[in-house]
Each structure stands twice: as structure tokens, then as C-alpha cells.
Design a protein around this ligand. Sequence first.
Ligand code: ZN
Length: 429
Amino acid sequence: MQTTVDGLVADGLDLGFPLQRKELERAQMKRLRQTIEHARCHSSLYRKRFSALDVDALIESKDLAQLPFLTGADVVERGHQLHCVSQSEVVRIITMYTSGSTGKPKRFSFTAADLAATSEFFLRGMASLVDQTDRVLVILPFATEASVGGLLVAALLRGGIRATGLWPPPDVSLVSELIHARKITSVVGLPQQLLALSSWVGHGQLRTMLLCSDYAAESLRRRIEQNCGCQTFLHYGATESGLGGAVECSQHCGVHIRESDLLVEIVDSTTGEQLADGLSGEIVLTTIGREAMPLIRYRTGDVATLERGRCACGGVTARLCQMYGRLQDCTLADGSVISSQYLDDILYQVVGLVDYRVTLSRGDVERLDLEYIADSGAKEVGREIDQLLRMLPEIAPMLGAKDSLPKNMQQVERFASTHTLKRTILDLR
Ligand SMILES: [Zn+2]
């Protein structure tokens, strides 16, 4: 079955269906030129940046390389200069707190039309994994109507699909009870939460799951699918992409981008040069058609490859593959580099592992400690993690001498408050 994103993009760009790649790219570039005119007309920052630009010379996506990048720091420092509509037209502002030294947040504004485009993507993108016979549980922030969980539930209800939201999620056993009581067949949430849920909920209750907002290792996906017999789908999205961005089709070979709203490039994160399809680099987003605060060549810091060839599903919308999220590398004493994504790929093979946190410290020697949460009844998780890590030459020396009770592995009920958020490596060296 072809991706439902193709239909969305055809409608969004006023193109016929089935979509043709050449026509799609031509229509995208036309919308890009309109977006730049809109930005140059209404935003003081873009007016300055694009004052000498010949907009009509932007014909193909490679021509984007002439435009300067927009960074997270630009949004922090000069976000108000990116606004292209009056305050009264802004219906939603999303504030993101960054870990940068200034502590200043990034703020992104959206008009009703901007959110409507997201809502349309949510509804049609979800059609990859649910239909009107499903009941969907959305375990995502749900505080306001325009938060991501609220928007997704509203979009599904609008499409006649039964959906309900739950945030913050209670204990996994209670979520599992709710799934059985309400005959839920599909769940949307964070990869680790869905992994924990998959071993509680039992085989056969859930048909599909959508994993979002964080890196989902292949090993973690396989464990979810083995635990509960459901099919998993990936989503790529961030506040910058308008919450929604791209979703997997039934062939599971990359997430199809909503190209009627987003133009994606992959660049070398050091040189900034555009990379060919299939090469791994940083995702650069350009929002086309966004009203309130268009982002033109925004550097996300996320890593992936881009594929513009036809997908096995028959769809022609471009796909992001090998998505690694934001790489936060740690360089070890021997010069080798590790990241939480690298550790996820290895450690989620361990049956019973639900989540973990790594701390690097330095006394006389460099040391790695790991706290983990495991399924109840899983007894060998610490030992298996220890064994896997000892097979990695860069990490083995940081674990000290081998012991029948792995000294650096500690099972916990919950993580220390300093280390509760994502699986970033806490570096105390
Ligand atoms: Zn596909």
C-alpha cells in the first residue's frame, strides 16, 4: 500500500495523484520562493538576509545552498525578528528550554493555519498505521488543546477514529489495564515507555505502535514487536518542523516527509555542504508555507540520511532514513567516541532492559557506571549489559576487573533526579 503522505502532499501542493517526483519538486520550489517573499516582506531579520537575493534564481533544491543557515542561537537571540504576522494572529507559542549557557529559551509561534497543516499531517500520516476500526491511546503531552498530544487526538477524532490522550502516564501496569479495559489497539508514545508497556500488555492486544520524540534503536523496536506482537512505526518531528514531520509507511524503509510543508536537506555538519542522498549528515529544514515564523535553512542538529528515490511502497515523497536524533558524543580518554544512540543499539538487545542511564567519571582512571530499570522478573539484565559492554574495546577498560557481580551496573526503581530526562550520557569527568 502506498504511503498516505503522498496524497497529503499532492493535495497540499495542488498536484494530481499519483504524484510525480519532478512535479513535486517544482511545486516545492515555487512555494519556497513564495515563502521567501513573505519572509522578506514581513520579518526584519529575513529582510536583511535576503535583501540582495534573486528569488527567481531558486529553481532546484541545490540552489538553497546560496542561502545562509538559521541556527538555534539565531532563534534564541533574534526570534522576535523572525515573526511574519501580528501577535493577534499567533494562536500558539511553544517555548523550548535549551541546555545552553545563556539559559534563554527558543520560542516558536504558529498561526491557526500553521496548526491546521500539522493537524492534517497527523490525521493522514496516522492512516499509515490505523483505520476506523482502531482505538488509539496517545501518551504524549496533553496539557492544552494545541500541545502535541492534544493536536493528535483532535486530528484523529476529526477523522472519525476513536482516540484518547493520557499525560503524564501513570504506572505502566495502570496503562496496561486501561488498554485492556478500553480495547485500545494502537498506542503513540516515547520509545522507552512503549517498550516498558509492551511486556505488560501481553500478546495480541495491540495492532500497531507509533514511536516518537526520541531515538528508537532497531534492537528496541524488535523487542517491542516480539513482546506484544504489534507492528511499530517511526515518526520524525520537532517543534521546529511544526510538531509533525515525517512518518513511516507499511514498508518500514524510512519516514515519508510532509513535503508540502517541509523542504529537507542533509548537510555536512562541519562544512555545511549539501550531501548526496544516502549520505549521513545533519537535517536542515525549510518550512514552506508556514505563516507565523518561517524557518529557512534551519539547522536541527539531528542526524539522518535522505532518500528521494521511489519507496518500496510506491510512494515518491522523500524519506529520512537512519535517523539518529541529536548526536551528543562523548570522547573517551583513548580518543574513541560514544553516544547514547550507539549504546542504545547495543544494550536494547538485552531482554528485560527497559531504560538506562550512563555516568562517566574520573578518579585515577576513567570509569563508566550504568543505572538501569528492568522488567520485574528479569534477573540477568545487569550481568548481560556488563557482558555486552566488555565486548567493546573502548568501554571494557572503564569497567574495571570482571566480577561475578558486575560492580558498575546498578538496578534502580527510578533514576536520580539529576538524570531523569533523556538517555544522554552524564559526563562528570
Ligand atoms: Zn513508503
